[in-house]
Design a protein around this ligand. Sequence first.
Ligand code: ADP
Ligand code: MG
Length: 248
Amino acid sequence: MVRDNNGLFITGTDTGVGKTVITAGLLGALRRRGINAIAIKPIQSGGILRKNQLVSEDANFYGAVTDLSYTPHELNPICLQAPLAPAVAAEVEGVTINLGTMLDHFRRISADHQLTVVEGAGGLIVPLVGNEETVADLAVSMGLPLLVVARPNLGTINHTCLTVAYAKARGLKIAGIIINMYDHQNPGLAERTNPGLIETMTGVPILGLVPRVEGLTVEGENPQPGDLISIIENYVNIDQLLKSIKNI
Ligand SMILES: Nc1ncnc2c1ncn2[C@@H]1O[C@H](COP(=O)(O)OP(=O)(O)O)[C@@H](O)[C@H]1O
Ligand SMILES: [Mg+2]
């Protein structure tokens, strides 16, 4: 277990829920506050080949949102090409991976920063190494509290409660939940009622209802942040989030 490293582990109820967007937006907002924060992606599958090198689009997006003195490669120690769960992608590609590589990278980067935001892969029970070590094991080994990113619409109560229940069963602390792509102008019935219910059922605070960011794109050669940092500042309770993180 890594001790005394400040940080936050971003997980989601699923893949594609907005972990990268929330990670990058929080990173930008924390850095705007003068906090020496960094974001890392310990393992990426579905990496993109550029100039014969695999690149993590997630790590690339962090640098598109806020100026960083690190390349995407420096923020992502393991990058696999197949768009599969990391353990399966590694097997298909004949690559041997272990949690130790990810933990060493985390230790090195976090030693130089006040706060390290770690983006998981998929959800908590996604296999990282073989069929035994999962994203939850990585979060436990890093000793970090979780932030759960969830969808706003029908189905999200079940996914979010399951994620929180499993996290608690694994002894993970949960700093909060962020509901992403929330339509504040015209919320559907489920969207209106879900946040309150999720908070009551999980006992975990909802720290933000983040709307769609106009003009934002994560993927591609030229990712666009739109007004992401300001939107995170306006819609996420960063003060409360920071209280759940040690020593900031
Ligand atoms: N708040 C948002 N505003 C606009 N687009 C978003 C937002 N959140 C997510 N997206 C889009 O949804 C897709 C999935 O988001 P991403 O953060 O990559 O998910 P994850 O990291 O959980 O797989 C991306 O293409 C991204 O552009
Ligand atoms: Mg991502």
